[in-house]
Design a binder for this molecule. Structure first.
Ligand SMILES: O=C(O)CCC(=O)C(=O)O
Length: 291
């Protein structure tokens, strides 16, 4: 059964991003929301990034405005490694089918994370492309951002600059440091064209990895939580270590091992793995990316 219409596939090819509804079942959505609410409750007793992913860096990352009364858990890295529900949704759900319809038939899981903006929290994502964080031998890679809450214009939605996947691969370095963001001048250009990706809980934004995107703070009483999974065509070979590693990285989630690598020509700067808990520290200029 096909999950995406021809119009949706054409819109993905043209704009580089679409929002598709019903990317998970009602039961999967309920279980994902429950899982995340448990982690938010656990975070109330923490004052700094905590937990551990497989390379020893923290799994749970807190925003500077975090407190027990008003938690601001902004990132859970590789939740697939500690949650069967997250693993099920990333590896075998309607969302996985959709990724396969855009990249397939043979598709790999690359990495997963949760990005959250709890009510009235200050987390901002600066303009960037995902491909310079996770370069592959070809650019048939996408980021699936699953909405665990209704995403509206008020709660800090993802903003994309349509069509930018067909343009330049931009530098994410400033002053010799990998900042994970494009320059202020380029950001202003993207901002002028920005389109918000909104939709009901259970919808997914499927975004080409070269599309420029950003998001603003959540100035509302409604949470905005995204379960984010990066998928790659199975013949796209990763060109750099994965910043959000997992023992599941590289597993085939649809189709089969292709037994070949496909490459396209481009130049790209080498990304840096954050020393801290997530790319938020790189974007805030608090991490020089050098070990
Ligand atoms: O959380 C968001 O609004 C954007 C997420 C994103 O761009 C990322 O994690 O790369």
């Amino acid at each position: 059964m096909m999950r995406l219409s021809k119009d949706q596939k054409d819109a993905f090819a043209g704009d580089g991003a679409i929002v598709a509804e019903n990317a998970v079942s009602a039961d999967q959505l309920k279980r994902l929301r429950f899982e995340f609410s448990r982690w938010v409750d656990e975070s109330r007793s923490q004052t700094a990034a905590y937990g551990q992913i497989c390379d020893g860096r923290p799994r749970f990352d807190l925003e500077s405005d975090h407190s027990a009364e008003r938690p601001s858990l902004r990132r859970v890295a590789s939740p697939t490694d500690i949650s069967e529900t997250c693993a099920e949704v990333a590896f075998n759900s309607a969302m996985t089918d959709m990724a396969a319809e855009l990249l397939g038939p043979d598709v790999r899981f690359h990495h997963a994370k949760i990005n959250s903006k709890l009510p009235r929290t200050t987390t901002v994502v600066k303009w960037h492309q995902d491909f310079p964080f996770d370069p592959h031998s070809n650019d048939d890679t996408l980021t699936a951002l699953l909405f665990l809450d209704d995403v509206t214009l008020e709660n800090g939605p993802l903003m994309i600059a349509p069509g930018t996947h067909k343009g330049a691969i931009h530098s994410h370095y400033q002053g010799g440091v990998f900042t994970g963001a494009v320059s202020p001048e380029i950001s202003a250009e993207f901002e002028a064209d920005a389109v918000a990706c909104t939709g009901p809980a259970g919808a997914v934004c499927l975004m080409h990895s070269r599309v420029a995107h950003a998001s603003t703070a959540n100035d509302s009483e409604a949470p905005r939580t995204l379960f984010i999974v990066t998928y790659a065509a199975a013949d796209a070979a990763p060109l750099s270590p994965i910043a959000v590693p997992s023992p599941h990285a590289g597993r085939i989630v649809r189709g089969k091992e292709p037994g070949k690598i496909r490459s396209m020509g481009f130049e790209i700067e080498t990304p840096a793995i954050p020393k801290g808990a997530s790319f938020f520290v790189q974007q805030a200029g608090e991490d020089d990316g050098q070990d």
